[in-house]
Design a protein around this ligand. Structure first.
Ligand code: HEM
Length: 437
């Protein structure tokens, strides 16, 4: 361990585990939650939380919940009512209808927080648009984008890993996916951070207001973009927005479903992928022997296919080891049992992906980064009917961004301590200043 991930004593881990409350998390937990996760997995894998929900840390328990979508619902109407629909936000000028706040409308219309039939309809349309061909079509542009960023960094001799590299990639890629004009992309990242940030367990009134405003502005922007695209459709083979507008097999989305799911798509691919790239490059700082081995494996790979295979294993291990999305949620629709514990109907469940991905029952030496790990069935993208719809794109971005970065700057090093995002759900860094040599 290094200054990037501070160590935590077993005593401190036990202390935090004993009083864990997602609404009030200590800074040392946010810097390194893994000792606390390990403690919970060993002592209380189905943990009852102060707000009445349960917190799961075992890989096998997460699998069981992800696979049984009948019993474990993704619908969030019940939780998001009190979270987002209270005065003054449902009465503010930007309320979408009397009594409905923007964040409430957004998060309850997006596919990830819905069950069938809405989930099935939106997912089918989306997956019809995120085809292999659409993703392959993006690879050359992605390589060019990454190389341009690397040229600019080289000219300056360094920069910030997050600002100048990791976060600059997904915004362009998802922008390309929906064919958002380049001149309009400026506000996308801010909107996205504010809307997803509003999912954190505890929110200040300012954060909530920013989230509402961001949904309103984003919706207004997309409405114009959709109107324009209806008049001038793009090529549905790789313009995902045109495909979403035209629908799948005669089935189309309503205007609200279309706008809110485009917002979700733009958001889902941003922070998560930024954090995959940023976390990976910081892991390489923290694990120098793994870094040397990766460089050697890339150097000795006989061709590009072999290099992609090396990078594919590495990306999966970065995703396992520092999962960008650490928490998921479900609600029990019937009395049930998880990990041998009986849960009543209505129980709220937090799936701790970060903990499951380091479960020794599933992985050999789970607390060690092993970039050659085989058979890595991590849960960074979830599983079951809601498994990440963009996982192929995220992995492609990871392979190209991380691979080209380390090959261009094999001696890159941090020049100041990196700053963590300080969030429980989305794990990543805000900044990480570095020099190329
Ligand atoms: C490293 C990057 C990423 C990670 C770690 C990640 C993680 C996840 C996870 C854990 C879920 C499941 C949520 C649940 O079951 O409750 C999910 C769903 C989803 N993700 Fe990703 N994601 C990433 C990148 C992307 C990208 C690039 C896109 C879009 C192009 C995307 C689009 C989606 C969509 C649409 C869903 C909802 C699927 C559904 O509910 O059926 N994600 N993602």
């Amino acid at each position: 361990m290094s200054h990037i991930t501070p160590t935590m004593t077993p005593g401190r881990a036990a202390e935090i585990a004993a009083t864990l409350d997602l609404r009030q998390l200590p800074t040392d937990f946010l810097a390194n939650p893994y000792p606390v996760y390990a403690r919970l997995r060993e002592t209380e894998p189905v943990r009852r939380m102060p707000d009445g929900s349960v917190f799961l840390t075992r890989h096998a328990d997460l699998l069981a919940v992800y696979r049984d979508a009948q019993t474990f619902s993704s619908d969030k109407q019940v939780e998001f009512g009190p979270k987002y629909n209270h005065a003054p936000f449902n009465e503010a000028p930007w309320a979408v209808a009397p009594g409905i706040s923007p964040l409430f409308q957004h998060h309850t219309s997006s596919l990830v927080f819905n069950d069938p039939p809405l989930h099935t309809r939106v997912r089918r349309t989306l997956m019809g648009a995120l085809t292999r061909r659409a993703i392959d079509h993006m690879a050359p542009g992605l390589v060019q984008l990454v190389d341009d960023l690397l040229d600019a960094i080289e000219a300056r001799g360094g920069g910030d890993l997050i600002e100048d590299f990791a976060s600059a990639i997904p915004v362009e890629i998802i922008g390309n996916l929906l064919d958002v004009p380049h001149a309009d992309r400026g506000p996308l990242r801010g909107w996205s951070l504010a809307i997803l940030g509003a999912l954190e367990p505890a929110l200040t009134p300012e954060q909530e207001a920013l989230g509402h405003r961001s949904v309103s502005e984003f919706s207004a922007y997309l409405k114009d973009l959709v109107t324009e695209r209806r008049k001038h459709p793009g090529n549905p083979e790789h313009d995902v927005l045109t495909r979403l507008i035209q629908g799948d097999g005669g089935e189309t989305l309503t205007e609200v479903e279309l706008l809110q799911n485009c917002i979700f798509l733009l958001n889902a691919g941003h922070e998560t992928t930024t954090n995959l790239i940023g976390n990976a490059l910081l892991c390489l700082q923290e694990w120098p022997a793994q870094r040397s081995q990766l460089m050697a494996d890339l150097a000795t790979a006989p061709d590009d296919a072999a290099r992609q295979a090396v990078l594919g294993l590495a990306v999966d291990e970065f995703l396992r080891f520092e999962s960008s999305n650490q928490l998921g949620n479900r609600r029990a629709m019937a009395p049930c049992e998880v990990g041998g514990v009986a849960l009543p109907r209505g129980s709220l469940i937090t799936l701790c992906i970060g903990a499951a991905n380091r479960d020794p029952a599933q992985y050999a030496e789970p607390e060690t980064l092993d970039l050659r790990r085989e058979g890595n069935k991590h849960l960074a993208f979830g599983l079951g009917p809601h498994q990440c719809a963009g996982l192929s794109l995220a992995k492609l971005e990871g392979r190209i961004a991380i691979g080209r970065f380390v090959q261009r700057f094999p001696a890159f090093r941090l020049t100041a301590a990196p700053v963590r995002g300080g969030r429980a759900r989305f794990r990543g860094f805000l900044s990480a200043p570095f020099a190329v040599r």
